[in-house]
Design a protein around this ligand. Sequence first.
Ligand code: CU
Length: 232
Amino acid sequence: MNSRFVFLLIVLALAVTSSNAQQNVTDLFFLAEADNNVCRDNANRFEPTDGLQKAQGSCSDTVQGEIPDVDHMVSSLIIEPPNGCTLAANKNFTVKIATTGLITGFFDNPVNQYYKFPQVVDKKTGFIFGHSHVTIQLLKSSTETPDPRLFAFFKGLNDPADNNVFTQVIGSAANNGLPPGEYRICTMVSSFAHQPTLMPVAQRGAQDDCIRINVVEDSKKRRNALNKKRNA
Ligand SMILES: [Cu+2]
């Protein structure tokens, strides 16, 4: 067979397969849209979400809830440490996150009320009731996505932020700071039942922030030089 013909056949086969898959997925979306009981109707696909965190996946019938207007959207910025800085290994440090558009200090029990309630907006101020999280992952390289199951540090920021700023020490008395490596530090803003916050429009700025830092074992002199290079 002519090799060009074979190539054409493969391309055609791929196109048919992918459009079939696309069609199946679209059917599912429409099914979900037509009937809000998608979980009940398709109980063979996933077990119901019931407040527990289900590592095997589940189907949630919690409605999305109240959505703020465009003047009350969430925005976050990691203000400390500076993006791209170099820190000393195995030494506790502080992350500071400015978060606006959120009434902080609101969270339900993540053990048995995870995703259990819809998003709620404060009628008086127009802002979402919720909290945030900080998650830190080791990066293997600048092109490989980190495995979401793995993190070097994770903490729910459940306490009310002080003047819109969350402060979190990274590390504990037993486990100081982070081992050497390149890390990504991210925020994960959520409503009080831990789902990501819902915004009124698609085209907008992100509600979360991420920075990258370098953690090195070397002497203070080397760190200073690296930080100087970054600032140059
Ligand atoms: Cu949470």
